[in-house]
Design a protein around this ligand. Sequence first.
Ligand code: ZN
Length: 280
Amino acid sequence: MKTMRFQQRIFYLLFNLTFVMMIVVFFSGCAEVPITKRRGLHLVPQTELLTLSLQQYDQVLKKSKLSTDPNKVQMVRSVGQRIARASEAFLRDSGRESQIRDYKWEFNLIEDDKVVNAWAMPGGKVAVYTGILPISQTETGLAVVMGHEVAHAMAEHGNERMSQVLLVNMGGMALSLALSQKPGQTRELFMAAFGVGASVGLLLPYSRLHESEADQIGLMLMARAGYDPREAVPFWERMNKKEGSRPPEFLSTHPAPASRIASLKTYIPEALPYYQKSPR
Ligand SMILES: [Zn+2]
């Protein structure tokens, strides 16, 4: 009788410990998204993502033809740097100064008029394709694109997307283990999670939630960088018009439902004060 009770107690103790550990693991894997304050599941250590990002970014640049048009390259870099400073200001405001050192910003323009796309890998590794320039048209239009992409990166949507696939499809495998066991597939997953999938033939559209979050944060970033956030509306109208027989890659990874313009407009009043206060 006595041993029975002892076993029961041990059982309950172990049960409770497991429960507590599960909660700890769950919450330590959750991180708050700046500006929107939503909690997302981030199971992949940032250091591992940064290492992979450096390798994959170099790979893409090596395989691509970089633009040699000094004016366009300069425009991409200067808009990018202004968006980067704005994102650092938001991180500083929310007490995340330590995260700023993870960013080693790089903005490159890839020469490919057929590719209507742009993306940002962790650590601020950004690429824009010349094919998106006729749609972005101006520096402000480009700021809409860059703001949106940097917003995805800042909100760590890629980490959340990788975490979900590792958890659901790969049985909760750690990234390092997945990389050593299935290196090709894991690298493809990384590329798809950060919107670069098209180059490896794997497209993973951002969810509605991630899209609207990136729109909201993107507007705050462009406004704080000194670009009129109201310009996001005509940009998305131009992008939607481009959707025809062959939708641009940008729309395949960043789906734009009809309701997008309406919800963008609701974020503008929140973004405008940053634009009005910004040094221009
Ligand atoms: Zn997006």
